[in-house]
Design a binder for this molecule. Structure first.
Ligand SMILES: C[S@@+](CC[C@H](N)C(=O)[O-])C[C@H]1O[C@@H](n2cnc3c(N)ncnc32)[C@H](O)[C@@H]1O
Length: 173
């Protein structure tokens, strides 16, 4: 699947049983990406606001640890090598909650680690009906660069007519 192969490139294929990567799958839903990433030996925390989705994820087992939490509310005793947020942020309609979510996810990335978030590649923001808000570079970049994150690239999904892709940021300070 296209998104998984993009994620694998961004996460890096190297993993070692003695030094697995620590990953956070933020808004993991039923845990499909969490499970796939855990299969490569990574240690994956999956968080989601929906207990029903997490129940389904837990039934599928496979190694990830799941926790019910909002993106803005998740606290962790460790920092992550990579924080992923796949097809979640554009479902957060409230700009204040969106910003708290992005700030919190960025704060959980270790120095040199990555934040990978899915959104569109336009400059501006745009509501899609009353159920999504696509946010663009002019919203992500100022916020994340002020938090010590450097944009390393944008990777479009390139399937069907999707306008979505992954912004890949690295923590530099
Ligand atoms: C479209 S699904 C994507 C699930 C998964 N990342 C994937 O790509 O298969 C969006 C998920 O984000 C969760 N979600 C939306 N807003 C959230 C928030 N503020 N905090 C935590 N989870 C949230 C929903 O419960 C849902 O499971």
């Amino acid at each position: 699947m296209r998104r998984l192969s993009l994620l694998m490139d961004l996460v890096g294929l190297q993993s070692s049983p003695t030094a697995p990567l620590y990953l956070l799958d933020a808004g993991c839903g039923k845990g499909w990406f969490s499970r796939e990433l855990a299969r490569f030996g990574h240690r994956v925390d999956g968080i989601d606001g929906s207990e029903a989705a997490l129940e389904n994820a837990r039934q599928n087992g496979g190694g990830p640890r799941y926790h019910q939490s909002s993106l803005s509310g998740w606290r962790s005793p460790w920092l992550y090598d990579v924080v992923l947020c796949v097809d979640v942020l554009f479902h957060i309609l409230d700009d204040g909650e969106w910003e708290r979510s992005v700030r919190n996810l960025a704060s959980l990335v270790r120095l040199g680690g990555r934040l990978v978030v899915a959104d569109w590649d336009a400059d501006h923001d745009e509501p899609m009906g009353n159920y999504q808000v696509l946010r663009g570079r002019n919203t992500y970049l100022p916020l994340l660069s002020a938090l010590g994150m450097r944009l390393d690239g944008y990777h479009p999904y390139d399937f069907r007519r999707s306008v979505i892709g992954f912004y890949a940021f690295t923590r530099t300070s």
